[in-house]
Design a protein around this ligand. Structure first.
Ligand code: ASP
Length: 304
């Protein structure tokens, strides 16, 4: 029996300043609209999450693709993961420097490789060999981020007190979809944390940490301070709660409580199960997200 499609996207969870609210809302709405169209044209959940993430990678508002935060050396290093809940096939890339849409490379790994995860130059070579165009790292760097890094490095030269404050941007993007065939999928893409050490990999592209999808439990995408999220394998933690019979909204809220209570982390999460039930939770002041179903279109940035 055909299922009614559902689409949920997020564009980061942090203290998004008032003057950036509109851009975030517009970005998540555009991503949801593009992915919804993909499903309307017969695309799968996997196609939809890829398209949603590409739209946000191309939008300089977010910490994904061009316009991402810079690492300590002033370079963009990107991580992304895509996962198919029907088959558990997954594709991930880490620390790529010459791919504007790392989720496209991740999708190629999922579909064309027996492997699951590629990093650095090997990932770029795989992507190029499979039709993903490479760019120069400079093409991904924008003046706003050069200034942000300069200001951050000047401020933290004397103190590292605020290195991981919730006010520090967490603009990672993610998408979850349920398609007509009842399959769910998830994708997450990020430039990681500002001023990160070269080679540092966060939670976003790691299976079960920043992203997860299994038709039998749920799809989840997280954003926030990556190290605590990784330690708890948080996306899988939430999916397991859904498998145990809990609603996605409960699982998302409990996961964020667990993140705070266990490791003093902060961030946000979206969760979707194969019945179309979804959840959104964050312990940051704001989180940008959008939802699309046949019956409604919703987007928000405040506490949910
Ligand atoms: N979770 C990401 C990371 O730590 C950052 C973010 O969500 O913005 O790499």
């Amino acid at each position: 029996m055909p299922t009614d499609p559902v689409l949920v996207v997020h564009g980061g969870a942090w203290a998004i300043p008032d003057d950036m609210v509109e851009a975030h809302l517009k970005g998540v709405r555009n991503a949801a609209a593009a992915a919804w169209q993909t499903m309307q044209r017969g695309g799968s959940a996997l196609d939809a999450v890829e398209e949603a993430v590409v739209v946000m990678e191309d939008d300089e508002t977010f910490d994904a693709g061009r316009g991402s935060f810079l690492n300590r050396d002033g370079r963009v290093q990107l991580d992304a993961l895509i996962m198919d809940g029907a088959t558990l096939r997954a594709g991930g890339v880490g620390c790529v420097e010459r791919i504007a849409n790392p989720v496209r490379a991740a999708r190629k790994i999922l579909s064309d490789s027996p492997h699951v995860y590629f990093v650095g130059e090997g990932a770029e070579r795989f992507a190029a060999e499979h039709g993903v165009q490479l760019c120069r790292n400079e093409d991904l760097v924008i003046p706003r981020e050069i200034e942000r890094l300069r200001e951050f490095q000047a401020r933290t030269a004397t103190s590292d007190d605020d290195l991981f404050a919730p006010a520090i941007s967490h603009d990672t993007v993610g998408a979850l979809a349920l398609d007509r065939n009842g399959n769910i999928a998830a994708a997450t893409s990020t430039g990681g944390t500002l001023n990160k050490a070269p080679g540092r990999l966060g939670d976003s592209s790691l299976i079960g940490c920043g992203c997860y999808a299994d038709n039998q439990s749920a799809a989840a995408s997280t954003t926030g301070w990556g190290e605590p999220i990784m330690k708890l394998v948080l996306a899988k933690w939430a999916a397991d709660r859904v498998l145990a019979g809990n609603l996605p909204q409960w699982a998302a809220a409990e996961a964020i409580n667990y993140l705070k209570d266990r490791v003093n982390g902060h961030g946000g999460m979206i969760v979707l199960d194969s019945k179309g039930r979804f959840g959104i939770a964050h312990n940051t002041p704001r989180m940008a997200w959008a939802l699309r179903t046949a019956a409604e279109e919703r987007w928000a940035i405040e506490l949910t």
